[in-house]
Design a binder for this molecule. Structure first.
Ligand SMILES: Nc1ncnc2c1ncn2[C@@H]1O[C@H](COP(=O)(O)OP(=O)(O)O)[C@@H](O)[C@H]1O
Ligand SMILES: [Mg+2]
Length: 307
């Protein structure tokens, strides 16, 4: 019957693609759900994204790069304060590149024994080398290795840094399909030798977003990139309503990051939701006023977010 009724088939396909619903209707979840973001989900990071795109394009065309005497990059280091999008940007980069992502927390490879830690690190690279396609190995918050008492054993950290340097030196010839990426809050105390060409050869410094970038981040979360608009069309986040002036929201969030903005919008929605659940208040959309209140509250709770 379904053969004669293509519409029904379409419908069924659509249903099976709705992944995370809790009803029993969807017995079979899709095997793999890629939760990595795309580049277009970021705002105010156009230059960084252009550089990542260049990195990926050259990496994808090594012969051409060699002919033109352009170094094929191996490693990518994102440096900047917390909440500016470093982790998500690397995740997006691996997705845009069509690469598998292996995320490694420094604590995962730190063992009490130097030998064991180095072995774990080599194992990570060996696993990547066995993959069929491209792989990005991502050491998030690599600065953990450089703090004085990292993992309680600085000998382990020193040995890991040496091992990493050695692996990176030969990575291009040994595993041309592997890119190594890392994030760090700062470059102070960072082993300079890791920044040599052929190791982490591209360093992206990401600062806190400026006014225009913060307006863009609000816009991207609320659903539009215009300066001033009246919400209410289907393209917008229906949980936000009324007139929203992105420039006012940007001005009120001076010194804050994308992570702060995301958290502010979340609090404003949560407050509305709680008033509805607990007091039976109307579940009306969040307004600009609500968002400004949430910003004030956020600033009071996190004075460090202020410039
Ligand atoms: N410029 C931005 N545009 C959109 N979202 C952002 C931006 N900066 C940060 N975010 C969001 O803030 C959250 C924290 O980002 P994250 O990558 O964890 O920051 P970091 O690793 O630098 O601490 C993520 O949900 C991310 O998507
Ligand atoms: Mg991070």
């Amino acid at each position: 019957m379904s053969e004669q009724n293509p519409e029904l088939q379409q419908d069924d396909i659509g249903k099976s693609l709705v992944p995370l619903q809790s009803t029993q209707e969807h017995e079979m979840a899709p095997a793999v759900l890629d939760t990595r973001p795309s580049f277009y989900e970021f705002a105010g990071l156009d230059q960084e994204i252009a550089q990542l795109t260049e990195f990926g394009a050259i990496f994808n065309h090594p012969e051409l790069a060699r002919e033109w005497d352009v170094e094929v990059p191996t490693g990518l280091l994102l440096c900047g304060p917390g909440g500016v999008g470093k982790t998500e940007l690397v995740r997006a980069f691996s997705r845009e590149l069509g690469a598998e992502l292996i995320e490694v927390a420094v604590s995962d490879i730190q063992s009490m024994w130097v030998g064991k830690s180095n072995e774990l690190l080599r194992q990570v690279f060996n696993n990547a080398g066995e993959a069929e396609g491209k792989v990005v190995i991502f050491f998030d918050e690599l600065d953990g290795l450089f703090s004085a008492n990292a993992g309680g054993n600085s000998g382990v950290s020193t040995a890991l840094i040496s091992e990493l340097k050695m692996i990176l030196t030969h990575l291009r010839e040994n595993q041309p399909n592997t890119i190594v990426a890392a994030s760090t809050n700062s470059l102070s105390g960072f082993d300079e030798a890791l920044l040599r060409p052929g190791r982490f050869d591209m360093v992206l410094q990401i600062g806190k977003p400026n006014d225009a970038a913060r307006a863009g981040i609000f816009g991207s979360y609320i659903g539009r990139k215009f300066e001033l608009y009246d919400l209410g069309s289907g393209e917008l986040d229906s949980r936000v309503g009324g007139t929203i002036e992105l420039s006012s929201l940007a001005a009120a969030t001076d010194g804050m990051t994308g992570a702060d903005i995301k958290s502010i919008l979340h609090s404003a929605r949560a407050k509305r939701l709680m008033a509805h659940i607990q007091q039976g208040a109307d579940l009306a959309p969040v307004t600009q006023h609500d968002i400004l209140l949430a910003i004030r509250h956020h600033r009071q709770q996190r004075p460090n977010a202020t410039n």
